[in-house]
Design a protein around this ligand. Sequence first.
Ligand SMILES: Nc1ncnc2c1ncn2[C@@H]1O[C@H](COP(=O)(O)OP(=O)(O)OP(=O)(O)O)[C@@H](O)[C@H]1O
Ligand SMILES: [Mg+2]
Length: 445
Amino acid sequence: MRLVPASLSGRIVALTLLALVVSQLVSFFIFMHERDRFLERVVLSNMGESVASAMRTLDFVPPVHRADAVKALSTRDLRYRLADSPGRLFEQHSPEARGMARDLARGMEVDVARLRVAIGPGLAHGPNRQAGDALRLAVRLDEGQWLRARQRLFDPTRRWAQSSLTTLLVSALLMVVIVVVTSRRMTRPLRELARAAERFGRGEDVDPLPERGPEEIRRSITAFNRMRERLTRFMAERTRMVAAIAHDLRTPITALRLRLEFLPDDDNTRSMARTLEDMAGMSEAALTFMREETAAEATRNVDLSALVDALCEDYRASGAAVVFEPEARVALVCRPVAIRRALRNIIDNALAYGERATLTLSDGAESVVLEIADTGPGIDDADMQRVFDPFVRLEASRSRETGGTGLGLSIARSVVQGHGGEIGLVNAEGGGLIVRIRLPRDRTR
Ligand SMILES: Nc1ncnc2c1ncn2[C@@H]1O[C@H](COP(=O)(O)OP(=O)(O)OP(=O)(O)O)[C@@H](O)[C@H]1O
Ligand SMILES: [Mg+2]
């Protein structure tokens, strides 16, 4: 079991409750202490006065009636009795009781030697207090008899503890409600920020967030907005630059082609013409890619299995061996046109370097995994990273005259990464290449 709640508002609630309980406990003990001292003083002075007046009364009562008079003077909480000794209990009195005896003697104006005091359970300190006698006292009368008095005390501790527990519970409940409401309000901008960052990371368009909430959260939002602005500008700038280069390359390529027309037709010029053809193709492909990249497609919830199925159906219609067995319906928030473009590039490779493509789609809580396997020669481990770079074509494929510019995989990777996903290559056990694409689910939705 975890003791610390995961969410920020949960932690604020826990902290507030802890502070509440600690402060209640501290004030409970302070109160207990103060109450003990107060009770002691009240009991002492009350009892002192009552006993003194009882003594004065007894002075006027003839000895034969004294026993009855003492009974009549007794009340429910203060009982008197006449005896020949101060009682066993009073032999062993504590320093505290001696101090009380001194105070009492002063208040009653009698010699302290005539007084015995014992503190009962009713006046014990703190949690040791119980219902019962608070104080017992014996004072020697002039005739040598002892007037014994016992003061009972109603113990209010239990009731106080009960009511303070109720107060604690009620105030804790109120506090939890207030703290939950306010802390959820306070952390709402933070949750919005997390959602926006997640979506931005997945390549979605996000509007700048309103800068609100507590100071620290506001500063984070400002930083996020600034980062979003710079990244968007940087990406647009980069796309524009590559597009401009690809575009401007067309003019010199055309000029070279024209000049080539005037040269004699031999192996040399034919090879030059082929190279120029390649260059024209590359710049054309780069331009197309950039055009598609800038045509910012909106994300939407897509039935991915249906999308893949339809794509494979198109291939099969043109006679290609592309297999897809959809298991369950897999939906994903993504940009369908871009995903289709990436898949087409990979299936094209599978068909160009192998003969058939087999697709599988599996669903997970965190992400969706798409695999495209082929029956080709696979790729050397050393080349697996390189083939994703733009315009990289391996020697083997060049000699096979498959055509192409070497942009297919880099476009596919850019699409997958634009969705916050990963793309990787593995050589299958029985030969052939497996392209594995992992697309994360949006967990903030
Ligand atoms: N399934 C595969 N099996 C073997 N080699 C592959 C496979 N897919 C890609 N390759 C190698 O990786 C290189 C880069 O692939 P990429 O798709 O980026 O470019 P391309 O297919 O050569 O050209 P195009 O831009 O037309 O797709 C290929 O030239 C090829 O050598
Ligand atoms: Mg390709």
